[in-house]
Design a protein around this ligand. Sequence first.
Ligand code: ADP
Ligand code: MG
Length: 421
Amino acid sequence: MDSGEIDLHAALKKYFGFSKFKGLQEDVITSIVNGKHTFVIMPTGGGKSLCYQLPALIQEGTAIVVSPLIALMKNQVDALRGISKENGIAHVLNSSLTKGETKQVKEDISNGITKLLYVAPESLTKEEHVDFLRQEKISFVAIDEAHCISEWGHDFRPEYRNLRHIIKRIGENIPIIAVTATATPKVQEDILKNLGISDANTFKASFNRPNLYYEIRPKTKNVDADIIRFVKQNQGKSGIIYCLSRKRVEELAQVLQVNGISAVPYHAGLDAKTRVKHQDMFLMEDVDVVVATIAFGMGIDKPDVRFVIHHDIPKSIESYYQETGRAGRDGGEGHCLAYYSYKDIEKLEKFMSGKPVAEQEIGHALLQEVVAYAETSMSRRKFILHYFGEEFDNETGEGGDLDDNVRNPKKKHEAQDEVVQ
Ligand code: ADP
Ligand code: MG
């Protein structure tokens, strides 16, 4: 097929109902349609799935999509089935399928009905699947959440390391598209190297979130009172408060409730029913605040979260960016407030002490960046973007005045003195 003849805009309208591509989507899709290895780095919500879904739909054969989470795969498959009369247009191949279901999936692939086949990396390692797929027409392999390949990423998964080898066995010249929202230059390098696609066309969107305000406050023993004051000043607005431990989540939720703030706790220790209930209460605005561990947030799409508070500092800048990124999705105000004390860093170091040395070293290096961020007197936004390999000019860049250090410049030693040791 000559890619030049394909009307991408028409396909976008036909399959997704959108009239315009978002950001770099069109360039990415053109690269894929031209059969090139392609690397896409866009923040969450950037529209990465469409970058591989659309070319899969318009190209011959089946695209294999590797994804780490069953829930994510299911969502996408359901959405794709909604745009076609053909149920077999998208399938998930995993170990929970019956023999009959697996047979049906394979038949649909062989018959050219299936345009997207979602697999978890461990399913792809299965010999029988590889043997089957190598005989089929595969348009490309998309690797979603590609940072899982890297030990420097926030979600390292060893199974991702074998992908290159497996893809090679499925076909010698299959184009690979790697997609991620978290790419420090180190993670990027790892992904390209590990997949053996250093020649990939790389597309990187800006990570700047111009409507978010970044602030760090020293963590004193009055932190709870400070949070209560902040939430009361923002009454009626939706917010998330992250704590490190389940215990702290429960305690803080209670303290807020006692102080007349409508808040619910959320953590993995609560039973599934309660978790869903609390999440829905937050989404439906029956409560203003959810106090949560990092278990809360994956796939939560509430556009008008007005503040994200970190009661405890996260373990990496990437986690911090992801978690604060849940504020102001609609482009409106989003206040990101984190409390910092070096004591908390020591606590996080201690948690790691049982882990393998290599992991500890990486964890330590990531934490040092968090320390540097919390203690810096330079623009927070500039710091974050620099961390992601992006230069930012506070004079000309969007949102350049939206952080505490830019608003109230202070000398570094002052900032240090305030921190309770
Ligand atoms: P990511 O994986 O980058 O976090 P998604 O692929 O989940 O982002 O897309 C985020 C949202 O953007 C989805 O609701 C999707 O429907 C929407 N979207 C994607 N492309 C477009 C577009 N061209 N126009 C409008 N909305 C889009
Ligand atoms: Mg995604």
